[in-house]
Design a protein around this ligand. Sequence first.
Ligand code: ATP
Ligand code: MG
Length: 251
Amino acid sequence: MILSLVNQKGGVGKTTTAVSLTAALTELGSRVLLCDFDPQANATSGMGVEKGQARITVYDVLIQGAEANEAIIHTKYGDLLPSGTDLAGAGIELVSLERREFRLKDALAPLSLEYDFILIDCPPSLELLTLNALCAAEQVLIPVQCEYYALEGLSDLMTTLRAVKRSYQPHIAIFGLVLTMYDGRTNLSAQVAQEVRRHFPGKVFATVIPRNVRLSEAPSHGLPITAYDRLSRGAESYLQLAREILRKSGV
Ligand code: ATP
Ligand code: MG
């Protein structure tokens, strides 16, 4: 299953969720590819591959016609299609290319049988890069930070998803929304969670990701949370989310 992690709002936990789930699903026995589709390349470094180290990146695959297979790096925590800063210019370069909305879909197609899950970590925008990620995806996974304006950005995202469905990818669907950075000590988190559940009935995962300092430390060590601190609440909750995803996907 190809799942895009998308939310045009910055800093809501897309990359943390992408890296943590890749490691957790891999640990549970799934074959997982994490496609870093953000020029910030935080998923790449979060998987332990230093930025700028990858010889071939998703940019070369998207724009230069490199094979995705050649770019993939195998790690202990799952396979990685790395990104780099050159992806920042790709939005403009894409405009003049053939099948510009479907470049990522076409590149990932030969890999779809090799993996149970291909997770695509999107940049915080709804532009051509994200459009490629949405056209490549069968379903989307939407991290929602438990803070006051959480719902505001979601209506723009829903508009975009409807447009993608109409024009490019008729089968795209919401796989689920994940509540992130939940702070059990505040009423606000509980209120936001309740609101999101009310707006998206049946679509919000039962597992909620707590705010956990170990999750924010892990990237600077180049380790997914399950390797950085196995017993943290962050690791526990992402493993639980991975189990919920496995049940829901039937993989
Ligand atoms: P961007 O839109 O810039 O790509 P993002 O949506 O990918 O951001 P992350 O990079 O995953 O968001 O998270 C933003 C920041 O919050 C990071 O510093 C990350 O370490 C931290 N963070 C994410 N989830 C949690 C959590 N559950 N508890 C504590 N810190 C977290
Ligand atoms: Mg990110």
